[in-house]
Design a protein around this ligand. Sequence first.
Ligand SMILES: *Cc1c(COP(=O)(O)O)cnc(C)c1O
Length: 410
Amino acid sequence: MYPNPNLSADRPTFVTHLECSLTGERYEADQLHGLSRAGRPLLVRYDLDAAGRALTREALEARPTDLWRWRELLPVRRTESIVSLGEIETPLVPIPASAGGGDVLVKDEGRLPTGSFKARGLVMAVAMAKELGSTRIAMPTNGNAGAALAAYASRVGIETIVFCPEDTPEINVREIAMQGARVWRVNGLIDECGAIVGRGAADGRWFDFSTLKEPYRIEGKKTMGLELAAQLDWKLPDAIFYPTGGGTGLIGMWKAFDELERLGWIGAKRPRMYAVQAAGCAPIVKAYEAGEEHAERWEGAHTIAAGIRVPKAVGDFLILRAVRESGGRALAVTDEEIEAAVGDCAKRDGLLMCPEGGATLAAYRRARGQGLVSEGDRCVLFNCATGLKYPMPAADGWLDKGGVIDLAAL
Ligand SMILES: *Cc1c(COP(=O)(O)O)cnc(C)c1O
């Protein structure tokens, strides 16, 4: 719908305060915040009783289905702060062939602006940065977050400086530059890029937009959980497979389900949350298996699934808590399994996933094999970026138009 009323209508907002995810300490809303004093992520809290009185499910269902329909459950106060490049409700695509007949739906986040679900987090964080007056932002990225930040920040006139590990795919580095950021390749991993961002932030040069180091990306990613509930007629699936790097989406969805229950829109049942990592970088899996509450840095991280190559996550305990409370698990899959899953899904179901999305299909297959999920379980896999941004195997068939072409052999 154009013009879209979700972007232009003034709507009431219900943020009451922010809260340290570790200690519960309270922080004022409507001020710029990074991490809490305990060095942990801040969570945004709402007056959900009042929100529930202001917004009925019927009113919500009458709105266009994009991300901004959830305004009463989002932190942005002023309608003028909203920024948008068309954050559509992403489709749920069944993949019967590659899922071996299971009831598996892929939530295809590759259709979002800048080709990944990083758009959900960054559209919200940038809108809040605009609302709270930031003029310069820096972040470390494996590619997709930097692209989303660059796009939204450029659109609202905020300056951005982005640091990527030097082996970040060329297309990501170029799209970040093309969308107006100053981008630097660094001979280190994402947390080492993050250390440079932290130094500049301590110097007062820019605001630190590292994963979970500002409070609003979780709120944007939370819309995956809200949207999923609405798309499935307020009946959550049995299991969710989430490719876990910093874990923003998993933490955000877990928060969304809580808020929906407080609104009375869903019941107490939760999906089993499966945090999927690559065998070459699996700190959360290691901590899960050891029964730890926090994860240690993973040394020598390597995987083709760059988006989940995160050796150390500040929200580790929040990921582990959600996984355990849900009765799910943390699962690691190899790059070979990822490649096989991406190939099968593309060739048999016609859906080209990114490697991280492929990791969720590989993990689903393992989980089926181990009896953790059964054929009848409704499972949702997150394909977080378009497969078009990633290297594909060569296709080098060639014909001489003037020569003899054996049509039967084509
Ligand atoms: C960032 C990213 C992830 C990991 O997301 P988190 O919420 O940070 O764990 C997974 N896949 C892709 C394609 C990504 O860009």
